[in-house]
Design a protein around this ligand. Structure first.
Ligand code: ZN
Length: 151
């Protein structure tokens, strides 16, 4: 099987059966993301335990790439620290936008998103969930700061 076929199968599978899809009760942050270029919408909710993303879920409607990307992202960042998750965001962003970027083997299944590079109009579809994640981590941060200041 060619690598491109493998990548396509990963995207199709995660679009058909998105992981971590649904609501999340008592989340520490809930952030909505919207990609006007394609119409993709998602709501990302996460829980932080100390500095670790202990749970994360998404809901919404979008194209196959945005759904698959969000599914792959939630799988990849669950159990990771905030810093690790943001570092992963940087590497994925490079994978999506930089033709010269080697396909980093440590990205695992996320490497399947590298095919999107050929379609610049779809990069926003794949990166929407990551930008939303960065906002959610910031929102969770502000919430915990607010909690500290009212103690
Ligand atoms: Zn899209």
């Amino acid at each position: 099987m060619e690598l491109n076929d493998l990548y396509r199968d990963v995207i199709l599978d995660h679009n058909r059966r998105p992981r971590n899809f649904g609501n999340l009760d008592s989340a520490d942050a809930s952030v909505e993301g919207f990609n006007p270029l394609c119409g993709d919408r998602l709501t990302l909710r996460l829980k932080l335990h100390d500095d670790t993303i202990s749970d994360i879920r998404f809901e919404g409607q979008g194209c196959a790439i945005s759904t698959a990307s969000a599914s792959l992202m939630t799988e990849a960042v669950k159990g990771k620290s905030r810093e690790e998750a943001l570092a992963l965001f940087e590497r994925v962003h490079q994978l999506l936008t930089d033709d010269a970027a080697p396909e980093p083997s440590e990205l695992g299944k996320l490497a399947a998103l590298s095919g999107v590079r050929e379609y610049p109009a779809r990069v926003k579809c794949a990166s929407l969930c990551w930008h939303t994640l960065a906002s959610a981590l910031k929102a969770a941060d502000l919430k915990s700061l607010a909690a500290v200041s009212t103690e």
